[in-house]
Design a protein around this ligand. Sequence first.
Ligand code: A3P
Length: 315
Amino acid sequence: NNHLIEKRPEEHDALIATLPLEPFLERPFSFDQPYRLYKGVWMSEINLRGTLAMQQRFKSCPTDIFLASFPKSGTTWSKAMIFATLARTNNSLNQHPLSTHNPHQCVPYMEVEFATGKRQILEVIPSPRVMNTHLPYSLLPDSITESSCRIVYVWRDPKDVIVSMWYFAQKILGGADKMVTFDQFYEHYYQGLNSYGPIWNHVLGYWEESKRRPEKILFLKYEHILQEPVKYAKQLAHFMGCPYSETEENQGVVEQIVELCSFKTLKDFDVNKYGNLPTSDNINVTNASFFRKGEAGDWKNHIDSRDGRKARHYY
Ligand code: A3P
């Protein structure tokens, strides 16, 4: 698709070069690129490039649905749920695209498409388009915040987010020996120095806006969905304007979609065991790396046993 790739604006690179750089010497999770601080948010240069291009150029449609999340908060799962909910009339569940495609192949990650000059890919998604961003509310393009399109936001206990991220980073970087220690990683995270950090502002920004405009933002929590997936699957469908009919409910369609998108089902598909995700930079992300434990509270196995000083800062 080379003809779909456009040149990146040079003025963005010039702006990025003026932004503050991460104060740490070690790079826990930014691959080859340093983090920079843009309007109170730490981001890798590639994501910044994508963000600036997106803010300048993205045009939303009223029917668009955006999945927004802090990385490692349940993005993969939510992508699957949104995709399967919207596609349910077109796909029989036993031959579903999610059985042969990783959820990240079904719902594009906007900053990366923009960063790599492939924003046109977003224009050919059939309506209603579903797209994912990790941007905080404050950095979303005006075209998203000011139009009537809808945003699904998923958040998760920040303690589990850091544990999930710690393992994800290891898989990508090829082992714990390529990483800073968990203590250092934790310290970075606590100070907000993490891709799209700090997490606190991220969650608060969407929470406040969801209170102001509940019809615009559906604010979901990973742990709640884990407890009552059917309830939240229905809420999601209703919010997206495609509620389940009585017939569908009687036929058990909601339960089937929940089952299809469950951790176990998705993890066991061959595509998620053996496939790789094409990425913008020269890193290898396996589809399997998006499926680890899929539980709430794993932080107790990592943070509880720590010195307590840092654990207390969480509360
Ligand atoms: P753990 O590392 O705690 O297991 P993201 O999708 O935002 O990158 O987040 C990844 C986290 O979501 C990982 O958490 C992963 O195991 C979990 N996850 C992926 N698919 C899931 C699913 N279908 N149901 C529940 N959790 C899921």
